[in-house]
Design a protein around this ligand. Sequence first.
Ligand SMILES: N[C@@H](CCC(=O)N[C@@H](CS)C(=O)NCC(=O)O)C(=O)O
Length: 243
Amino acid sequence: MITLYSFGPHFGLPDPSPFVTKAEVLLKMSGLAYRTDTTGFSKAPKGKLPYIDDDGGKVADSTFIRRHLETKYGFDFDRGLSAEQKAIAWAFEKMAEDNLYWVTVDARWNRDDNFNNGPRAFFKSAPAPIRPLIVAMVRRQVRKSLHAHGIGRHTADEIAALGCHSIDAIATYLGDKPFFMGAEPKGVDATLFAFVAATLCPVFTTPVRDHAERHANLRRYVGRMTARYYSDYTDIAGCPAAT
Ligand SMILES: N[C@@H](CCC(=O)N[C@@H](CS)C(=O)NCC(=O)O)C(=O)O
């Protein structure tokens, strides 16, 4: 049985990490049996979640988890796509993971109101006397990561503009299609569902969320993916589950 190491549900999302949600949706798409475990972060091979344990072998990183499911089990998440569609799917995924993701990190960790409504809860189990120090240290590390990525060097307005541009690109390409590449979900939908839901999450007040909410097709898309893969949720990110 495969074990997916995750953070566990937070903020009304299946997982606060869109990368974990992506990996979980890929597992659901594959139909393989899996369980989740929220105690693995300290042992993460690359210091990040998600990773999986498959029969004693560890695979870290959502993209390499996908590759593992493809190579070991022969599952083709791109089945039926042309080479051009595969290229488009890859480019959108990496836009979400390597750019839109950091817009979300900035919104959640760098804005005090959002931090207090969200990630502060991750520190509940830290001993009270040193909790403020740990919170400050981790937030400092996150700011360093944002700076190293480059996005942290922009103004709030510039960061929002980048996020809105990515959201517009996703909404435009999705159009009226049920799923990103057409009538049936493909691997790219695991990623885009996870990152769009993270953007729409009502726990966080952000200009990018306001912008995304104006794209009715994105809200319906999140609802459609929820109905398909998270039937135990009535809604995710304020988008009612509906086919
Ligand atoms: N490229 C990785 C990214 C994973 C990632 O960034 N995970 C974050 C949570 S969203 C994490 O574990 N961060 C903890 C840290 O950096 O200390 C993937 O695709 O899995």
